[in-house]
Design a protein around this ligand. Structure first.
Ligand code: HEM
Length: 352
């Protein structure tokens, strides 16, 4: 493979790894399993391609005289690529491991983001425009085809090999998450997207339903348990999943009671901490506000008095400590940012 062909393919695969990696945060239903497949294929192809790159640059790094200042940045990028690949493969084969209080998967995502930044700055110094022969040369095409076949083969045999070797990776969900505490009531892991840790909500708590509705509501905790139930899997982007029986009130039922006004199309589910997420009215009707899990009242760490249960969506959208439901005409552009700043509000820090 030509040096430029290798370098541009590497950059492309890292970009694909980053974009598909970030997209995994929004892929929770089996229909979106292809996002994880695309991610794994990009990662495996990158690993194979790295062999070509190393064959070219290793001799240069070894010779003192051929090193220059820019080599350092290149080495940093190389070390990061190896760390990202190693952490990805470690996670998908060895199980739910953690380092420094975070799962290997969280480190993997963070390293992936840093890699993209370092590679961009490396490419600005070193990148050379691809030429026609970098794309159409016969040897180039044959090598690319062999790489594609090798990638597909490695991807296909991954799970069977893991099963044969008895590796935990064989038991992971299509999202890469590992099972934890299913059907155990409150005994499953509790995580927060950033660091929300509010105090328990006051006893005078009322869930407010307002915005573009005909009849705003204020509902007590006792009145939220209407016996609506579903079995759904909470799948956290931190790397665990847990299937539970949830009970409470269907959001559709509350929207019907409040009466959505014509023209209103979006529903915001807002936490005591300020954390919020937004859904179309149609999607919101399929969600549940849970007061109970496995027959037990929801524990504070899981979002008591009530949390959202959003089947097929990743855990960070299952808003905890829900305090307000607001019906709006427009989507909520600030929702993603709210998930970051809510941990720094007084309520989010547990100071109010
Ligand atoms: C930027 C470059 C990235 C590269 C090259 C990369 C590469 C990899 C590799 C090689 C694997 C193992 C795949 C397998 O063995 O099936 C993997 C797994 C995974 N990566 Fe990445 N990754 C990157 C960024 C990210 C980011 C930013 C995220 C999320 C924020 C992410 C999320 C995941 C997940 C969820 C898995 C587990 C998938 C599974 O077990 O099937 N990755 N990655």
């Amino acid at each position: 493979m030509t040096p430029r062909g290798t370098d541009w393919s590497l950059a492309l695969l890292v970009a694909l790894g980053l974009v598909s990696g970030l997209t995994t945060w929004f892929a929770g239903s089996p229909g979106s399993a292809w996002v994880f497949d695309a991610h794994a294929l990009a990662g495996i192809a990158l690993t194979l391609l790295l062999v070509f790159k190393l064959r070219r640059v290793l001799p240069r790094i070894g010779t003192r005289v051929r090193r220059d200042r820019r080599t350092v940045r290149g080495l940093l990028a190389l070390g990061l690529v190896l760390a990202v690949l190693a952490s990805g493969v470690l996670w998908s084969s060895a199980g739910r491991l953690g380092v420094g209080g975070y799962t290997v998967l969280v480190w993997h995502g963070a390293l992936g983001a840093v890699l993209a930044i370092v590679l961009l700055s490396h490419a600005r110094l070193r990148a050379r425009r691809p030429r026609g022969r970098d794309l159409t040369d016969r040897r180039q095409l044959l090598t690319a085809a062999a790489l594609g076949v090798g990638t597909l083969a490695a991807w296909q045999i991954q799970r069977p090999v893991q099963r044969t070797l008895g590796l935990p990776g064989a038991r992971r969900r299509f999202t890469g998450s590992y099972e934890a505490g299913s059907f155990t009531g409150n005994e499953f892991p509790a995580t927060s997207w950033v660091a929300d840790r509010p105090r328990p909500l006051p006893s005078g708590y009322r869930l407010a339903v307002g915005g573009h509705v005909r009849k705003p509501l204020a509902i007590t905790t006792a009145d939220l348990d209407r016996g609506d139930a579903l079995t759904a899997t909470l799948d956290c982007t931190g790397g665990f999943f847990s299937t539970q029986h949830w009970r409470g009130v269907s959001l559709g039922r509350l929207l019907d009671e409040a009466g959505v006004e014509p023209g209103a199309r979006h529903v915001r589910v807002i936490s005591h901490t300020g954390y919020r997420w937004s859904f179309s009215v149609r999607d919101a009707r399929t969600l549940l506000l849970a007061t109970h899990v496995g027959g037990e009242p929801l524990a504070h760490r899981h979002g008591a008095p009530c949390r959202l249960v959003a089947p097929g969506r990743r855990g960070f959208q299952w808003v905890k400590w829900v305090e307000r439901i607001e019906v709006h005409e427009d989507p909520d552009p600030g929702a993603a940012a709210s998930t970051l700043w809510s941990s720094f509000t007084d309520a989010g820090r547990g100071a109010a």
